[in-house]
Design a binder for this molecule. Structure first.
Ligand SMILES: NC(=O)C1=CN([C@@H]2O[C@H](COP(=O)(O)OP(=O)(O)OC[C@H]3O[C@@H](n4cnc5c(N)ncnc54)[C@H](O)[C@@H]3O)[C@@H](O)[C@H]2O)C=CC1
Ligand SMILES: NCC(=O)COP(=O)(O)O
Length: 333
């Protein structure tokens, strides 16, 4: 056992027409070592910043360290420019590359606009989660959103993510659900110091199918899958009716909830803790967190964006980096 993380986190700029640039200087309030990667011309006027050549280079306290990445086109808040799309993608890849080389403690991503990247640069991924998994050589990952300021905590993992609701029943297979549960289980042990994670699984249908009266997936394979994993020793419960999994007493009974689809999980967490919710990718070879919100074009450039979720994402990533450093064998990177 050894050590603690010393290298900074990299905060990627995300979509520069969104609220990312104004959140960057305010993220210093997290009080953890970080550098921002992006085009400094996008930062709010008056930002105290200094360019550095590598993540570990020193800057004066209170000053934003910048790993410069120039963008080709000027930015208008609220109006993404297709000409900048490839640079947004390149920043993510560059930051992930540095983290994989061991040159940074992890990556915290400011939001991207998926539509702008698809239209501007043919971005072929639904989001950071899948792109980072690809950059990591096809890592088996899940998306978890974790609260930081509600008790009992709320942690949700959607088994299917950014797909049309009409495609969910076909995409939600026994293999996908089992894989999602196993990655969640391993991630809670590794990064959340929960030695025997309790995982609640949501049914797909109202009332978890009501014994087959409201849908058949629960009886056909979800109950047998949960039974099998329990027999193996995993603390898996369910499938539960999704609508009663998130009141306080229900949250106290699990460490994470694996949900059938995006909104089944993201609506409760964003309702309970929008300002403190953190998106974590479990299963990557490096640490990645993100605020839970998007690009917020409707308020971009006005200086009113709440930095709470970004600050929480930085602190969570830093805590994860410390925990990993403490359990890393001496001499290993
Ligand atoms: N990790 C990422 O890169 C994410 C990207 N997105 C993307 O963001 C874009 C916009 O998504 P929306 O669904 O509209 O969600 P959104 O989170 O951008 O905005 C929803 C509402 O919340 C408000 N809001 C968001 N963040 C806020 C903050 N920090 N402070 C104050 N108010 C805030 C916005 O003004 C808006 O009214 C989409 O392209 C989506 O794909 C969405 C979620 C995560
Ligand atoms: N709805 C969550 C979201 O869009 C985050 O996606 P990702 O960019 O973190 O994969």
């Amino acid at each position: 056992m050894s050590g603690h993380a010393t290298l900074p986190l990299i905060l990627t700029c995300g979509e520069p027409a969104g609220i990312g640039p104004e959140l960057a200087p305010r993220a210093l309030a997290a009080g953890v070592p970080m550098v921002w990667m992006g085009d400094p011309r996008h930062l709010p006027a008056g930002t105290d910043w200094a360019e550095i050549a590598a993540p570990g280079d020193p800057v004066a306290p209170g000053r934003l360290a910048v790993l410069r990445h120039d963008f080709p086109a000027p930015v208008t808040p609220g109006r993404p420019d297709p000409a900048n799309a490839q640079a947004v993608i390149d920043v993510i890849a560059r930051a992930a590359g540095l983290a994989m080389q061991g040159a940074a403690a992890g990556v915290v991503t400011l939001p991207i606009n998926k539509q702008a990247l698809k239209e501007g640069a043919g971005f072929a991924f639904p989001g950071h989660t899948e792109y980072l998994a690809h950059l990591a050589g096809g890592a088996d990952v899940v998306m978890m959103l974790a609260s930081t300021s509600v008790r009992p905590p709320c942690r949700v993992v959607p088994a299917t993510i950014h797909i049309a609701i009409e495609d969910v029943p076909r995409a939600l297979t026994p293999a996908l659900l089992e894989r999602t549960i196993r990655i969640t289980h391993a991630g809670l042990i590794r990064d959340f110091a929960i030695p025997a994670p309790r995982i609640a699984v949501a049914g797909l249908n109202p009332h978890a199918g009501e014994g087959g009266a409201m849908g058949g997936q629960e009886r056909a394979w979800m109950i047998p899958l949960c039974d099998r994993l329990r027999a193996e020793g995993l603390a898996v419960s369910g499938p539960h009716p999704a609508d009663t999994m998130f009141h306080a007493a229900a949250r106290a009974r699990h460490d994470a909830a694996v949900m059938a689809y995006h909104d089944q999980g993201l609506i409760p967490i964003k309702t309970l803790d929008f300002a403190g919710g953190v998106n974590v990718t479990l299963g990557l070879p490096f640490i990645r967190t993100s605020p839970d919100h998007g690009t917020a074009f409707d308020i971009a450039g006005r200086g009113v964006a709440d930095p709470g979720s970004t600050i929480a994402a930085l602190r969570m990533a830093w805590d994860m980096a410390q925990a990993r450093a403490e359990t890393r064998p001496r001499g290993a990177r």
